[in-house]
Design a protein around this ligand. Sequence first.
Ligand SMILES: N[C@@H](CCC(=O)N[C@@H](CS)C(=O)NCC(=O)O)C(=O)O
Length: 213
Amino acid sequence: MGRWPRGCGKLKGNFMKLIYSNASPYARTVRVALRELEMLERMEEIAQHPFDNPAQLISFNPLCKVPCLINEDGKGIFDSQVICEYLDSKANNQLFSDINQNWQLKTYYSLTRGILDSCVAWQQDKMRGKIGESEFWQSRFISSIERGLDFLRKKINELPKEVSALTINLVTILDYLDFRHPEYDWQERHPELIDWYQIWSKRESFDATKPKA
Ligand SMILES: N[C@@H](CCC(=O)N[C@@H](CS)C(=O)NCC(=O)O)C(=O)O
């Protein structure tokens, strides 16, 4: 008794591990979820860069992508959506309960996943350097981000009032845009999202996981 930190009773002494990188918005969604679900003390967070091809990451996720969770039984769980659902199922299903009962919210959630994919694909294209960058693809990524955020700002009153996986994704998208694509200037393009963002982004879970290079 008393051997494990509070909240670790069911873990038979094993902590879960989360392999993440500071810049990854997908990993950030999991790190925010961990904090919102108050599961941080059951988790060891391990920073690894996927481009270094860490052996531990590859051994649990053949795609060598972050985030990757290693659960109490030593099994790998990915991707970020699956990890968030897994953690939520171990808590009280607070992050997905609204979403899973409403097809529209589920679709908005899927839209946030798609916008995240476009934000990351845009960053990957920039990393090719001037010669390899594709104007065609970048304009497609930017258009999907533009249309996606425009769609969501019109639905802002329909979004869950309690913290949810959808909320986490949208704050993560807006911060990632500031971090990697400041020239996009989402505040200028979608001013209706500013008030919503200011309320949610104040939470400790977001503050503690801000993206870093
Ligand atoms: N669908 C995955 C995407 C994960 C992903 O692409 N992570 C990036 C970092 S943002 C990564 O690890 N990239 C390494 C690579 O593509 O080799 C998820 O939701 O977790």
